[in-house]
Design a protein around this ligand. Structure first.
Ligand SMILES: [Mg+2]
Length: 368
């Protein structure tokens, strides 16, 4: 593939309601939308870095620098035989998996569209609809929390995840478990705890959670291994898994027994394929996490979730849960807890150009 130009577009889309986790409250989604053009075809990628480093160390501003000064000039200067190879080509620029991923994922979409094949097929998935869960942010009011869980359970979501934090963990989870004894339930601590909370977190063992996600530091694997040995509840890692090699290390250390796969955090779709192969070889269950993606990122997530080994419901729920209007024309909506894969070449979505123009904060095009 010869790439003729790359468009970088920063968009800001308001959420229908603020979404809180233990570290940050999100009210607007700010995303870098990447369009690569080659052979008269476009491919799309969506960056999941945030304006400030609330989730991971990357930021929108930092990613734009890496994209403009390193990744895009490299891409325009040398043809790409296979989108699966570019992450190795970019290894000399350290870290920054999210910046690399948004450009790499646009290349995968472009390659699939040029071949007139759906992305899932190019990746090696089965393209079948995927079971999904819903993630519910921190809600201090108990009645509102139970109402939110009831609403999502009645919509058929296959697993409900509650965001938790110190002072807002055992009580709300116990209330939800008592009200919904058979619900598939999990909890996400978003790195808000330390190992000092181990005996407190052991209280979760009575609640029959599918897993506890990322209670400790994003940088950490060792403390998670120590905590894991003290809990009956399986641990799942998210923030800590910044590459396929980190996933392997986490599993070697027994820091987790469930893996949250996020293409952006891991460095792109080649890294997802690598991670999925490692997890399958060890019979470790995977699921696709979410970053409040807009339609481009959400469509990518749906395609990658059809890879073998994604045996647990992911976070790729209906777009309309989060946004009054999306940037793509196709509604990406769950029916009874199942999301269909958008049909057609590539990721199967087209951009809503009118809405995109309304929500664009900045746009630039770099040509060969
Ligand atoms: Mg998480």
């Amino acid at each position: 593939m010869v790439i003729d130009e790359v468009e970088l577009r920063v968009v800001r889309v308001p959420l229908r309601a603020a979404f809180a986790n233990a570290g940050h409250v999100t009210t607007d989604k700010v995303a870098v939308l990447v369009t690569v053009r080659g052979g008269g075809v476009e491919g799309y990628g969506e960056g999941v870095m945030e304006p400030l480093p609330w989730f991971g160390p990357e930021t929108v501003g930092g990613a734009l620098v890496i994209l403009r000064q390193a990744l895009i000039p490299d891409l325009l200067g040398r043809p790409v035989d296979d989108p699966g190879e570019v992450s190795r080509r970019w290894a000399g620029w350290r870290g920054n998996p999210m910046a690399k991923a948004c450009l790499e994922m646009a290349l995968w979409d472009l390659a699939a569209r040029q071949q007139d094949r759906p992305l899932w097929q190019v990746l090696g998935g089965d393209g079948r609809p995927v079971a999904v869960g819903a993630s519910i942010g921190l809600v201090s009011d108990r009645v509102r929390l139970l109402d939110a869980v009831a609403e999502h359970a009645s919509q058929g979501y296959r697993r409900i995840k509650l965001k938790i934090g110190p002072g807002a963990d055992l009580d709300p989870l116990t209330a939800v478990r008592q009200a919904f004894p058979d619900l598939a339930l999990s909890a996400d601590g978003n790195s808000a705890y330390t190992l000092a909370a181990a005996s407190h977190l052991a209280g979760l063992d009575e609640l029959d959670l599918d897993y506890l996600e990322q209670p400790l530091d994003a940088d950490d694997l060792v403390d998670h291994a120590v905590l894991s040995a003290q809990l009956a509840t399986p641990l799942c890692l998210d923030e800590s898994l910044s590459s396929p090699q980190r996933v392997e290390a986490a599993l070697d250390l027994r820091a987790c027994s469930v893996v949250n796969v996020k293409a952006g955090r891991l460095g792109g779709l080649a890294a997802v394929l690598d991670t999925a192969a490692r997890c399958r070889a060890r019979h470790v269950p995977m699921w696709c996490g979410g970053m409040l993606e807009l339609g481009v990122g959400r469509a990518h997530n749906l395609h990658l979730t059809t890879l073998p080994g994604f045996s647990l419901p992911g976070d790729t729920a209906s777009a309309s849960r989060t946004y009054a209007r999306d940037i793509v024309e196709q509604p990406l909506e769950a029916v009874d807890g199942v999301m269909a894969i958008p049909p057609g070449p590539g990721i199967g979505v087209t951009l809503d150009r009118g809405f995109l123009a309304e929500v664009t904060e900045a746009v630039e095009t770099v040509r060969r």
